[in-house]
Design a protein around this ligand. Structure first.
Ligand code: SF4
Length: 437
């Protein structure tokens, strides 16, 4: 049986697909490199926006059209919230709400029936365990993803992910370390991912924290660069900041800290737990301690009720803080969320949300360019992802046009000097040994 996998959405979803791939391969399935070769198609869906759901449905129809004989199994977040919709679609053989690789493998067997009996809904928390068989390798990509927890206990008004993924569940630290050791055999960088990694360890009852886990990984898994996935500004402890600064690049000096809005009235309606000032203060505290820092954030424009003054507050904050990139999205209502109801009561026109997005993107583009110029001439710890491009610890994707091909071939990670226009021109050697404080 040849299986084609298609993944929508975030790194956590990509990680989940790798676990499914591993489970199915262990049962004798071969991966198909294209849809045309596939007997089975596993679609791992995302539900972050209504259009993510629509995209998944489009993909089901496309697979059905191109490969009418292939078995289609729909899994993941959108499947968790809309199982019945997928079940009703022509050609769908099975729906697995969630990401359990064993259940996906069982659903892949021709005899299995559409599985709806235990789908999760809006009123139920996900109890799918995290863990199980360790992931040994990410099949696509130089960098490996390692999911350290799943789910989220927050209740942001716009978020459907937590509805699909349920409460926060952490993997035991020893399991994470064991998986990191396996992944480090193949990947020069491992990204610690999850749905809300700042809450790592809260449910374990043994006082493990994200900072403790990072320290453990740095000690126990040598010769690999670690990178934190998205983590909330208010949940980054001083221990983590210390390792970002002092680990000799082993913990990449990069943070992605969701902001969502820089206006307090909007943050309150979003049901975020932090204020503008709390985010601002923590970001400046962290940035002051870091000689080099790649800093990104997610921002939503045009959230229900957002005024021009609110937008100016956000724009001022974007100007003030040392962001090196932003992911800006105009608000789009997501069914079944509080924000969808708010959008009926206090809508912001799509055109306005779009203009505000463009404004923020323009502002950050200039900051990003200024940061690249500032870094030019300095040394950078680079993971080489393709012969002609690499990724620095501080999250600059750089061209490698002036590094010779034979050098690139044996250099998965090295310290290079940054030239003008983002080129790395001089190989300076292996990354410095970590300096534990
Ligand atoms: S913190 Fe908010 S946006 Fe992030 S996963 Fe939790 S509920 Fe969703």
């Amino acid at each position: 049986m040849r299986v084609f996998y298609h993944t929508f959405g975030c790194k956590a979803n990509q990680y989940d697909t790798e676990r499914m791939r591993q489970e199915l391969s262990a049962r004798g399935a071969d991966p198909a490199s294209s849809l045309e070769q596939a007997d089975l198609c596993v679609l791992n869906t995302c539900t972050v926006t209504n259009s993510a759901d629509a995209e998944a449905r489009r993909m089901v129809r496309r697979v059905r059209r191109l490969r009418p004989d292939a078995r289609i199994v729909v899994v993941g977040c959108s499947a968790a919230l809309h199982a019945a919709d997928y079940e009703a679609m022509d050609g769908v053989a099975a729906v697995v709400p969630g990401h359990d690789p064993v259940r996906v493998a069982e659903a892949a067997a021709p005899a299995s029936l559409v599985q709806l009996e235990d789908r999760r809904g809006l009123d139920r928390l996900d109890v799918e365990p995290v863990g199980g068989e360790l992931l040994r390798r990410r099949s696509a990509g130089t960098r490996g993803w390692l999911k350290i927890q799943d789910g989220c206990d927050r209740k942001c008004a716009f978020c459907a992910t937590r509805l699909a993924r349920g409460a926060s569940r952490s993997r035991p630290a020893e399991q994470v370390v064991a998986e990191a050791r396996l992944l480090a055999r193949h990947h020069p960088e491992i990204v610690l991912t999850g749905i809300h990694i700042g809450h790592y360890g809260r449910d374990l009852g043994d006082r493990t924290t994200l900072g403790g886990l990072v320290n453990l990984l740095l000690d126990e898994v040598p010769d690999v660069r670690l990178r934190l996935g998205s983590v909330e500004a208010t949940e980054i402890c001083d221990e983590i900041v210390g390792r970002l600064r002092d680990s000799g690049g082993r913990l990449a000096p990069h943070l992605h800290m969701p902001l969502q809005s820089g206006a307090d009235p909007v943050l309150r309606r979003m049901r975020r737990w932090h204020t503008r000032e709390q985010y601002r203060r923590r970001t400046l505290e962290i940035a002051e301690r870091m000689p080099v820092l790649g800093l990104g954030a997610d921002v939503i424009t045009g959230f229900p009720g957002e005024t021009e003054a609110d937008h100016r507050d956000t724009a001022d904050l974007v100007d003030e803080l040392p962001f090196t990139y932003l992911h800006v999205f105009p608000f789009s209502p997501r069914d079944d969320t509080v924000a969808a109801r708010l959008a009926l009561e206090m809508p912001v026109p799509e055109r306005v949300a779009g203009e505000r997005s463009r404004d923020l993107r323009e502002r950050v583009r200039e900051k990003a360019r200024a940061y690249e110029i500032e870094r030019s001439g300095g040394a950078a710890d680079v993971v080489i992802e393709r012969p002609d491009s690499g990724l620095t610890g501080d999250y600059l994707r750089v061209a490698l046009a002036e590094v010779s091909a034979d050098r690139v071939a044996h250099l998965a990670r090295g310290v290079l000097r940054m030239g003008a226009d983002g080129l790395y021109i001089e190989h300076l050697g292996r990354p410095a040994a970590p300096a534990r404080s």
